[in-house]
Design a binder for this molecule. Structure first.
Ligand code: FES
Ligand code: FES
Length: 191
């Protein structure tokens, strides 16, 4: 079809969901097994894909967010063997045989993790894009330090950027969760 200026217009046809699935399956040549949120998981992945893509695109765990995909913002933070990592910089084969916890795995027995509860109670969420990464980093801190100082909270969250809140309510929320004794609980997979 030509437009009003006589230039041939090209129509962009997006692949269907089935076509995307087929492409993904064709690229998936690596057999990956690891523990995810307390469950054993086995699946085929592309050996070059990131843990971020495996979690969101293959396993549909979309709690983990991605803003920069360059390791700069912390929105994709998950726990690998109990330590916070940016899932956009970890390739999926690197988690072979290891333990990953995402924000979905922090709630236990239908009860939110105390950090999740205190983020809500303190109004520490605005657009929410940074929130899963912040909560994962904060949960990792409290799993090892039940009485962090403001400085220690700041340090633990320095890799997690938030454009909305100004951080005050986020820090308040972490300190409040720290005051809640059950908050000092295992986040799973610590080594
Ligand atoms: S999306 Fe991974 S650090 Fe920003
Ligand atoms: S709440 Fe919007 S980026 Fe943090």
């Amino acid at each position: 079809m030509t437009n009003a200026s006589g230039v041939e217009e090209q129509t962009l046809t997006l692949p269907s969901e089935q076509e995307v699935e087929k492409l993904r399956a064709a690229e998936a040549t690596w057999s990956l097994s690891f523990t995810l949120n307390g469950e054993s998981v086995e699946l085929m992945v592309d050996p070059t894909e990131t843990l971020y893509d495996t979690l969101r695109e293959r396993l549909r765990l979309i709690g983990t967010k991605g803003a920069c995909l360059e390791g700069e913002c912390g929105s994709c933070t998950v726990l690998l063997d109990g330590k916070p990592v940016t899932a956009c910089l970890v390739t999926s084969p690197q988690v072979q045989g290891r333990t990953v916890v995402t924000v979905e795995g922090l709630a236990k027995d239908d009860r939110l993790h105390p950090v999740q509860e205190s983020f809500i109670a303190c109004g520490a969420v605005q657009c929410g894009y940074c929130t899963p990464g912040l909560i994962v980093s904060a949960a990792a801190l409290l799993a090892h330090n039940s009485t962090p100082s403001v400085e220690e909270v700041r340090e633990a969250l320095e890799g997690n950027l938030c454009r909305c809140t100004g951080y005050t309510k986020i820090i308040d929320a972490v300190l409040e969760a720290a005051g809640d004794e059950p908050a000092v609980m295992s986040v799973g997979g610590e080594k």
